[in-house]
Design a protein around this ligand. Structure first.
Ligand SMILES: Cc1ncc(C[n+]2csc(CCOP(=O)(O)OP(=O)(O)O)c2C)c(N)n1
Ligand SMILES: CC(=O)[C@@H](O)[C@H](O)COP(=O)(O)O
Ligand SMILES: [Mg+2]
Length: 628
């Protein structure tokens, strides 16, 4: 096995083309086998096997810098840089990260997880290189999906202007997570499909070379002719006009072609865009057939391609999906907007039933937010379906275009809280802090999937401005679903369990932990009152005042950043009411980035457990009130 001989990139350099091709075969086999156990981003990585081998064969990482956009397709890079032995721990707690990670290797020079940052990073590294007088190569590897992200276009604008030496490898597999969308995608499709370009271009260049060298106006005319012909024959004219040299399109699985074109690219002065065409999922037929489903694969049986799906209650996303469809059947104003996550956000069923009411804008959260503002401005009821972590990308639009204008936008914030294997770049733990401080925003989180349905109805009926529902990347509790839907009174909490020793104000998935702690505490004679703090903003101020009067110890519990979170707002409230002397403890996520693992492992790491709540309550309740 050649793969076993590769412990660092320079081991590639002694291999022949045939051996590199053999290595590609072994690499695919390794990925399919390892990820059948761990799960992970299989189809993206299968698509970049030859490309990654070619890059490490030709260039000299880490001196030459590889910047992977998103970084979900960096498994081959990790294999070739000495981490094959760690793949059994991929995306596991304290194991190999599923994205590029500087602490793992000197070859990991730039981290991501969020899309469309690679070109900005490449530009920064190229400028720094030139300021320092270095001469290393800077190579960004960006997918056709990531190229639809606004940041990528901002960077292209700058790259074309500055004309620094750098290489952009556009990995075009026609897919984002779902099929890619947008005018750029269509443009790339035209280039990919029309072989006419390459033929005519070669003929024109041959003819122009034939014209004997002459001076004066004729030469200028010929130059102009060549330029105007460029519009007809050069496929990447869009990029050429932006100031990049376009090379391609080329077969991203053909190693000799890749190596030859990369060598060409290396010689070009200024920025180069290499348009590489690949097949997402290549080499594993279930992934080739459905690269969307195999983008984020669960563990699977290799032979059958059967993914091992979790059994039990429905995921919150599924409940959101079904209730959105039910509500949309009754209300034609409802439109769903997604920034390139129709599958993950549970909108495929909605799109099937309401094809002209589901809008996928590509990886463009900022555009999606302001689009929703305009839809609401015109009387439409937009549901902005977005992961908590990706909503961070549109913070200004939420403030400037939606909340300030007090427009009726519904935010369906999925993956709110810990997300597990995707880790620190994807944790949905800042939205409480970053949303509650915006005027006009209503923010709620359900205790279970049944209450999620009622919150959906509450949001659709709400016409006083923006309203957000956040829900986690976990299964529900298996509760039965009320029919009909109920509309919840805004700003009201509910007591789920009485108690007069202490009270916990619990948010969302913290409630089952609070109920478990209450059970344990009652055995010691401590009666913990459990409150469903389902409205994070506005809070139930009547209840807060009553709790102060009762002078009970108060604990808040949220799966969100403590800094600026729900607990902070309770502290702020009491301080502003001059209600000092209350015994209050806030539980949440401390001020650091929690890395990948399972959600229970992440909760345990930060102390979001029933045990922790029990000990906190006991520390606040006078001993005399506890059984000895
Ligand atoms: C800001 C942001 N929005 C959404 C995502 C979710 N996401 C991860 S990968 C991906 C698709 C990327 O497509 P492409 O760049 O073409 O890579 P491929 O998987 O096709 O190789 C998306 C939408 C993200 N990581 N970051
Ligand atoms: C790499 C990326 O950002 C997405 O693929 C993300 O991992 C999807 O997350 P879910 O698996 O929670 O849909
Ligand atoms: Mg793609």
């Amino acid at each position: 096995m050649l793969l076993e001989q590769i412990t660092q990139p320079k081991d590639l350099k002694r291999l022949s083309i045939e051996q590199l091709e053999q290595l590609a075969t072994e690499t695919r086999q390794f990925l399919v086998e390892k990820l059948s156990v761990t799960g992970g981003h299989l189809s993206s990585n299968l698509g970049v096997v030859e490309l990654t081998i070619a890059l490490h064969y030709l260039f000299n990482s880490p001196n030459d810098k590889f910047i992977f956009d998103v970084g979900h397709q960096s498994y081959v890079h990790k294999m070739l840089t000495g981490r094959m032995d760690k793949f059994d721990t991929l995306r596991k707690y304290k194991g190999l990260c599923g994205f590029v990670k500087r602490s793992e290797s000197e070859h990991d020079v730039w981290e991501a997880g969020h899309s469309s940052t690679s070109l900005s990073a490449a530009m920064g590294m190229a400028i720094a290189r030139d300021l320092k007088g270095d001469n290393n190569r800077v190579v960004a590897i960006i997918g056709d999906g990531a190229l639809t992200g606004g940041m990528a276009l901002e960077a292209l604008n700058h790259i074309g202007h500055e004309k620094k030496n750098l290489i952009v490898v556009l990995n075009d597999n026609e897919m984002s997570i779902a099929p890619n969308v947008g005018a750029l995608h269509n443009y790339l499709g035209k280039i990919r499909s029309d072989k006419h370009y390459v033929k005519v271009k070669e003929e024109v260049e041959y003819l122009i070379k034939k014209i004997p060298a002459i001076g004066g106006t004729l030469a200028k005319t010929i130059e102009k002719l060549k330029d105007s012909l460029k519009y007809m024959v050069v496929p990447g004219v869009l990029f050429e006009e932006l100031g990049l040299t376009y090379l391609g399109p080329l077969d991203g699985h053909n190693l000799p072609v890749l190596l030859e074109t990369l060598k060409q690219a290396e010689k070009v002065e200024g920025p180069v865009l290499l348009h590489v065409v690949t097949l997402k999922g290549k080499g594993y037929s279930p992934a080739e057939a459905d690269s969307h489903a195999w983008h984020g694969a669960s563990p699977y049986k290799i032979e059958s391609g059967q993914m091992l799906k979790s059994v039990g209650p429905p995921m919150y996303t599924e409940v959101f999906s079904k209730s959105l469809i039910e509500l949309a059947r009754e209300d034609s104003r409802i439109v769903a907007v997604t920034p390139a996550m129709p599958g993950g956000s549970g909108l495929l069923g909605f799109a099937a039933e309401f094809p002209n009411r589901m809008i996928d804008v590509g990886i463009a959260e900022q555009h999606a937010a302001t689009l929703c503002a305009a839809l609401a401005n015109e009387g439409i009821k937009p549901v902005f379906a977005v992961y908590s972590t990706f909503l961070q990308r549109a913070y200004d639009q939420v403030v400037h275009d939606i909340c300030r204008a007090n427009l009726n936008v519904i935010f369906a914030i999925d993956r709110a809280g810990f997300v597990g294997p995707d880790g620190e770049t994807h944790q949905g733990v800042y939205d409480i802090a970053y949303l509650r401080s915006i005027p006009n925003m209503v923010l709620m989180m359900p205790k279970d999937e049944n209450e999620l349905r009622h919150m959906m109805k509450t949001a659709v009926d709400y016409n006083e401005g923006p309203i957000a529902i956040r829900y986690p990347r976990i299964s529900g509790l298996g509760t039965s679903m009320d029919n009909p839907y109920q509309t919840l009174p805004i700003g009201t909490w509910e007591v789920l369990r009485p108690g007069d020793s202490a009270v916990v104000l619990a948010v969302g998935p913290m409630i089952p932990l609070a109920m478990e702690a209450a059970e344990q505490l009652s055995k010691d004679g401590v009666q913990l009152r459990v409150v469903n703090a389902r409205f994070i903003k506005p809070m139930d101020e009547a209840m807060l005042l009553q709790l102060a009067k009762d002078n009970l110890p108060i604990i808040t519990m949220e799966e969100g950043a403590l800094m600026g979170g729900f607990g902070s707002s309770v502290l702020e409230y009491y301080a502003n009411q001059n209600l000092y002397g209350l015994r209050i403890k806030i539980l949440g996520i401390p001020d650091y980035f929690v890395e990948h693992g399972s959600v229970p492992e992440q909760r345990k790491e930060v102390g979001l457990t029933a045990e922790k709540l029990v000990s906190e309550v006991k520390s606040l309740v006078p001993r005399k009130r506890q059984h000895a």
